[in-house]
Unconditional design. Structure first.
Ligand SMILES: [Fe+2]
Length: 240
């Protein structure tokens, strides 16, 4: 499986604190069946403002440590960029990173009310040639109240449902919403959003099984294989 969204880089955000912890977390991913991870530390969310150079350095450091430990997981660079008014500038200046440095950008929305500039910001990103990919839309209160809200934000299903939401770790509302988005084809990716070995572990296998009960095995597996592979392959190319 390919995981487009996980917090596995050491000492950058609320993911692993040390390189050793990071290796243990990726080892858990390996045993869950994951073979490639886009490391997506929080960017521009007020609490964590990681820099591109730190992401690239930590990715190389972690990949080297995994090689030494004999863990066959490829780590790719990325960032979970919090929706903010300077987002387009941050991308143009290379401060914010796309998924595997493509023009697909993992966007974190607030969990509560969406800011008034949301629609315009997402439109401006698209006009500039970027494709916003909404991280865990099922955790946003407006999407929970009305899943169609996501159609307005991301008409092409460019969204990632999180495994913990789908298996019920965050309670009934995110779970119910995750199920609705998947069953209606409104999110084409399933991601771990893993942060921690125990508190927020890799649960992708369980999540894919759950998704398969809703949309069938082939469509569920495409969410962690074919679809993410197609996105990663656009590195250095145009959008899909
Ligand atoms: Fe995340």
């Amino acid at each position: 499986m390919i995981d487009l969204h996980a917090h596995v880089l050491p000492d950058l955000d609320d993911g692993p604190a040390t390189l050793e912890e990071a290796v243990t977390l990726v080892n858990q991913a390996y045993h869950d069946g994951v073979r490639a991870i886009v490391a997506s530390p929080h960017g521009f969310n007020g609490l964590y403002n990681v820099h591109r150079t730190d992401v690239l350095a930590r990715v190389a450091e972690l990949q080297e440590a995994l090689k030494r430990a004999g863990i066959g997981v490829e780590i790719l660079p990325g960032m979970e960029v919090y929706l903010n008014l300077d987002l387009l500038g941050q991308l143009k200046l290379g401060q914010a990173l796309g998924i595997n440095q493509t023009r697909y950008v993992c966007i974190e929305l607030p969990t509560g009310q969406l800011p008034l500039f949301t629609g315009e910001m997402l439109f401006d990103l698209k006009a500039a040639g970027y494709t916003p990919v909404i991280a865990h839309p099922e955790r946003n209160a407006q999407v929970q109240a009305k899943p169609e809200t996501l159609l307005r934000l991301s008409p092409g299903g460019w969204a990632m449902v999180s495994a913990p939401s789908l298996v019920g770790l965050y309670g009934p509302a995110p779970r119910r919403t995750a199920e609705a988005l998947i069953s209606r084809g409104m999110a084409r990716f399933l991601c771990s959003d893993a942060h921690h070995l125990k508190r927020r572990p890799f649960l992708l296998t369980r999540a894919v099984q759950h998704a398969a009960e809703i949309v069938g095995k082939a469509r569920a597996e495409a969410m962690v294989m074919g679809h993410p592979a197609s996105l990663l392959a656009t590195r250095g190319a145009a959008v899909l």
